[in-house]
Design a protein around this ligand. Structure first.
Ligand SMILES: [Zn+2]
Ligand SMILES: [Zn+2]
Length: 340
């Protein structure tokens, strides 16, 4: 079968590797159909991902067709569409034992610290497999992973019902987080970015209130959208100090700020304001199985829209070209899909 392996930053080799073994009793073999390229993949491509050794087989946002199932597998059958969580966890550490396996002490993410799915076939343990409805396209299936990030992080700030919410950063994750906030009953959701292209995509996904942070600061935009009521929850999805700081400076007293982004640099936060206004700074990492299930449900019923997010397709052999395209396009691209 074919496999795309990144030998070092910037170099991907498409090579032929031996066919996979037969599945065990609790395993599923997928014929990989679509792989989404994510910001973290690009960090690896640039050699700027702190926790990824080379060579590495990437691919953690994907969908496929079930082609082989173990004797004890019941959730999927041959011919089904499916996706799976890319998390290898120990099951024995304190976070695992209390059910927070997404922050397992031994967590290895496929595509980063363990081989990912950039190959024709992939074997996954059944407890990480999620069946996709027949009506799903394989593109939608590849969006379940980033959507699950939105599902999970929007549970970290408690009940969002009737709350005013700000999302800073309108890339694929920010977009999906904002959609989840709306799906969870937020009163109004304001999304900000410095890219009009991304803000237009947010509107196309049903996020009504947008602001370009280049021309309108967060405090002004929040006043325009929320009036004197202000906002109680913020999801920081831009990964830059200025966005995090703007949220700290302008959120209501007692507000909750969820840091969703991956921060390359260490942002400075005005802890005097955090203290004085009793703000909560909340971390979030990846997702759990139920977040995947919820993402499938809400994509399936149309509450979470993914179609406007697709901005490019590349065949498997042109894996590297997809990365180059993303670099060239900058903020003019959102989700690029590799077709197998
Ligand atoms: Zn990703
Ligand atoms: Zn663990």
């Amino acid at each position: 079968m074919r496999q795309a392996i990144m030998l070092k930053p910037g170099v991907i080799e498409i090579r032929e590797v031996p066919a996979l073994r037969k599945v065990g009793a609790n395993e599923v073999k997928l014929k990989i159909k679509k792989i989404g390229v994510c910001g973290s993949d690009i960090h690896v491509y640039h050699g700027k991902h702190p926790f990824t050794p080379y060579p590495v087989v990437q691919g953690h946002e994907y969908s496929g067709e079930v082609v082989e199932v173990g004797a004890d597998v019941e959730v999927v059958k041959i011919g089904d569409k499916a996706t799976a969580r890319p998390q290898r966890v120990c099951g024995k550490c304190a976070p695992c034992i209390r059910g927070d396996y997404n922050i397992c002490n031994e967590l290895k993410v496929e595509g980063f610290q363990a081989p990912g799915t950039a190959q024709d076939f992939f074997i996954v343990p059944v407890d990480r497999v999620i069946k996709l409805p027949d009506a799903f396209t394989y593109e939608q299936g590849a969006m379940v992973e980033p959507a699950a990030v939105g599902a999970h992080c929007t549970t970290r700030a408690g009940n969002l019902q009737a709350k005013n919410v700000v999302v800073t950063g309108a890339g694929p994750i920010g977009n999906l987080v904002a959609q989840f906030a709306l799906a969870r009953g937020a009163a109004k959701v304001l999304i900000t970015d410095i890219s009009d292209f991304r803000l237009e995509k947010a509107k196309a996904c049903g996020i009504e209130y947008t602001a370009n942070a280049k021309t309108e600061d967060l405090a002004t935009a929040a006043k325009r959208v929320f009036g004197e009521t202000g906002f109680e929850v913020a999801f920081e999805c831009a990964g830059v100090e200025i966005a995090l700081d703007a949220a700290v400076q302008s959120i209501n007293k007692g507000g909750k700020i969820v840091a969703v982004a991956v921060y390359e640099d260490r942002p400075r936060v005005d802890m005097a304001i955090v203290g004085d206004r009793e703000l909560s700074l909340i971390g979030t990492l990846m997702y759990k199985q139920e977040d995947y299930q919820e993402a499938v449900t809400l994509i399936g019923n149309g509450q979470i829209k993914t179609t406007p997010l697709f901005t490019g397709h590349f065949p498997f052999e042109k894996y590297l070209d997809a990365y180059k395209y993303i670099d060239e396009q900058g903020d003019k691209t959102l989700k690029v899909i590799i077709d197998l």
